[in-house]
Design a protein around this ligand. Structure first.
Ligand SMILES: Cc1ncc(C[n+]2csc(CCOP(=O)(O)OP(=O)(O)O)c2C)c(N)n1
Ligand SMILES: [Mg+2]
Length: 351
């Protein structure tokens, strides 16, 4: 049964993402306590976890191929996993190691894997214009690849998002905009920043189809994404898909969430799309043992990526300026101020 296999695959992605972040959480806290020291431990800096968002990534990316493009925001791990980003090199990147996807210089918010056309950014709505660019490139080349831009609901009033919707609409580009609505943008509840409760309605302003789906129901996400991605792939243009997700944790690790009503956090934790999908799979005849095997394999894969990443070398401080500007490997001196570098490049850099 095809749908059954797809749902099992979604379950695998979702349990992998959840366990991956549980393991990252443990690693992240090492050395940061008792007083929270954000720069200490094996994963220095911020860490945004996506527990409660998994069904969104799993349901959408089931319909994607390696040559399709995905851009993701600052909460990217579940989406990267669903898109098939190299888990070992992604983990090494998060740990800041030399063999990471960006040689350890990007960190968890700036994962980039050209092998599967995946990128993410800490700047909210930033992924929308590049996704439109990827859609335009596919169209110009007469290819049937599509682009998907994932953003949070906190990004829906950004110019980058609205301008991207407009350009994608007017050029009829193969782009799907996916909003993960977890009701919060850091400490800001959605109703304080917009009167548009259902952001999928914004699609109407661009004469595009828009749909809102609760991601508690992973199969409903799968079905809605099938329609949106199929529409883009068949050259019928862009669309907007808003998915209600649940932020089970703070905005980032170390967030005490003092701004958030306890019942809101509790409600998010009590709604689990992973458990719901497992129940559906059982009802469809999948044995408990099979689900356990999927979970065990996912856990082994994650543990092995984390083990591998921790054994990787730290980048050489001498290489700190490499990979910072295009052409830096070929001899442009990156210790010069940026304006001088720009002049050098204009004056005839070698690539
Ligand atoms: C252009 C821009 N403005 C502000 C910020 C600071 N910032 C980081 S995350 C965030 C909230 C994002 O909320 P949302 O888009 O809902 O995503 P979520 O964190 O809920 O997944 C903000 C305002 C930023 N990164 N980029
Ligand atoms: Mg949000």
């Amino acid at each position: 049964m095809v749908i059954g296999t797809k749902l099992q695959e979604m379950y695998r992605v979702m349990v992998t993402a959840r366990y991956y972040e549980e393991r990252l959480q443990e690693e992240y806290l090492e050395g940061k306590q008792p007083a929270f020291d954000i720069s200490a431990g094996p994963i220095p800096g911020e860490l945004h976890l996506a527990a409660g968002h998994e069904a969104s990534a799993a349901g959408v990316c089931q319909h994607l191929r390696d040559d399709d493009t995905v851009t993701a925001p600052h909460r990217p791990h579940h989406i990267a996993i669903a898109k098939g980003v190299d888990l070992d090199r992604m983990t090494a990147e998060i740990f800041g190691r030399e063999t990471g996807l960006s040689n350890g210089k990007g960190g968890h918010m700036h994962l980039f894997d050209p092998a599967v056309n995946f990128a993410c950014s800490g700047i909210i709505a930033e992924g929308c214009p590049p996704a439109v660019g990827a859609g335009l490139a596919a169209k110009k080349r007469n290819e049937d690849s599509v682009a998907v831009a994932f953003i949070g609901e906190g990004a829906v009033s950004q110019g980058a998002f609205l301008e991207s919707l407009n350009l994608a609409a007017v050029q009829n580009l193969p782009v799907v905009f996916v909003i993960e609505d977890n009701d919060w943008a850091i400490s800001m509840p959605k109703d304080r920043v917009t009167d548009v409760e259902d952001a999928s309605q914004r699609a109407g302003g661009f004469d595009l189809p828009g749909k809102r789906v609760d991601s508690d129901d992973a199969t409903a996400v799968y079905a809605a994404a099938k329609e949106a991605v199929g529409r883009a792939r068949d050259d019928n243009g862009p669309s907007l898909l808003e998915l209600q997700v649940h932020r089970r944790m703070g905005h980032f690790m170390g967030d005490p969430e003092s701004y958030r009503p306890a019942e809101d956090s509790e409600a998010a934790k009590n709604r689990d799309s992973i458990e719901r999908l497992a129940a559906e799979l059982r009802a469809a005849g999948v044995e408990d043992a099979e689900l356990e095997e999927i979970r065990d394999e996912a856990h082994e894969r994650v543990d092995s990526a984390i083990e591998w990443a921790k054994e990787q070398p730290q980048p050489d401080p001498e290489d700190a300026y490499e990979d910072v500007f295009a052409g830096s490997k070929s001899g442009v001196t990156t210790t010069e101020p940026a304006h001088e570098l720009a002049d050098t490049t204009r004056a005839g850099g070698d690539d």
